[in-house]
Design a binder for this molecule. Sequence first.
Ligand code: SF4
Length: 231
Amino acid sequence: MGTRLPGNALAFKRRLLKWFRSLGRDLPWRHTRDPYRILVSEVMLQQTQVARVEDFYRQFLARFPTIRALADASPSAVRDAWDGLGYYRRADNLSRLARIVVERYDGTIPDDLDSLEALPGIGRYTAGAVASFAYEKRVPAIDTNVARVLSRVFPRAAGRHLSRSAAQRRWDLARRLLPRRRRSAWEFNQALMDLGALYCTARRPKCLECPVRPNCRTGAARRSTTEPRSA
Ligand code: SF4
């Protein structure tokens, strides 16, 4: 594929970052760069809504404030702390992950994608999220929300949202879209998440209120809320 960015890319980036800097969500895990805290938030967010995760996140960290504390706890104690969040396999994976990180990395969560992805329960998205949100690495973090946003804003370059074959194209596009400054790359990844959660929702995207509409190929074509949904 070519390396040129789509024609709306730079204006989209500028507009998205400007919006995020004043109106992005204030979430507890955005106040830290502690890789352990970021990792816990991302594992919780894998299957659970933000509003529900916020309380559990605080309680869990009060009980296991460090990765060593988590590694020292029995798997059943970790499951117990997870009670109410569901998808308990995440708690089991987190327990195993903590022990591996303590044994293999002396308690420091790695910052590169390959090492992160080799840990239990960590897929490509979560690896990217930890590398970006904790270490401010210039790597994409593409979950289904972000994939949807990219597919709507850049339909030709990003491909159809649910198409698996487009996943690599989206990854390449997202990587090339990342701002050069690490802090701005962090903001850009967070901003894409917020756009997907607040405006560019799976059903009935709020295009007419969306802050990036002038630079979005799908949104710019919409004239009213009654037009058909986009992919
Ligand atoms: S204008 Fe519509 S399709 Fe484009 S990013 Fe905003 S909500 Fe999504």
